[in-house]
Design a protein around this ligand. Sequence first.
Ligand code: PHE
Length: 330
Amino acid sequence: MKALEEKIIDASSLEALEKVRVEVFGKKGILTQEFAKLKDVPPAEKKDFAQNLNTLKEQLQALFDTHYATIKKLEIEQMLESQKIDVSLYSNISNKGSLHPLVETMDKIIDYFVALNFSVEVGPMVEDDFHNFEALNLPKNHPARDMQDTFFFADGKLLRTHTSPVQIHTMKKQQPPIRMIAPGCVFRRDYDITHTPMFNQIEGLVVDQKGVVSFANLKSILTDFLKYMFGDVDVRFRPSFFPFTEPSAEVDISCIFCKGEGCRVCSQTGWLEVLGCGIVDSNVFEAVGYKDVSGYAFGLGIERFAMLLHQIPDLRSLYEGDMRLLEQFR
Ligand code: PHE
């Protein structure tokens, strides 16, 4: 009896316990062999013999069951311990995707203006002459139309050459005050290392009662915006011309590559041109039926910003889907 109990207790794994089970309780096991002896026991002792053997069997079985449960619990604990996974560890899975540098640049710009309470407006890519030109103070035969090489359709419709027509759509459906940006793609017949026939712009427009919006507001918001995008750069406003703004300005930042010293990227000038802006021309307000208002507008090219931010020399590479370029943005 003692020897059998020890056999059970000594088994320290489920595997060892299984062996003990076969050896003690199995068909050819020790207990079975003991029961077989019953037939040789004198009739008077048979009852006691059988009873003792059954009690022994029950006790051993109970011991076995408890010990089995203990060992099983222990083995599960060991398994959990050894297979523990730390889900907070960095993995080396390398197939992670990323935003395209253009989308990322677009998002960054939108975030800035949305935080300043600008609404995000969209308009159609196929425009009519009125929205793309006329309403923006570009009457027919105006020489400034040549600034934007336009794709025309046979019916006189066209692919918008800038996001400025979204100003017109928004002002026609809404009354001032207006505080909007319009991101989207635009089209021009142009193709070289700094131009593609399709590219992206963001337009900004703020309109309020006459006297509320000034060039000083425009200057301050754009200066702040450019420092948000490019860090601690100098910003300068240069007089320029756009038909839909008067006065108009082009805005430069000090070259982020040479810090204004003069290099190849800034053509030795120390400055990089990054956007156009101005005070909205009264003819534009007239075209949409706005009275006694003033406003400012600005427009910029996303590709140019992305190229400067990521030092991408050829604009066309943004559209080639070359993994060697894209993988650098993970
Ligand atoms: N629409 C102009 C362009 O495409 C940019 C611009 C927008 C300039 C708003 C001034 C005001 O070049």
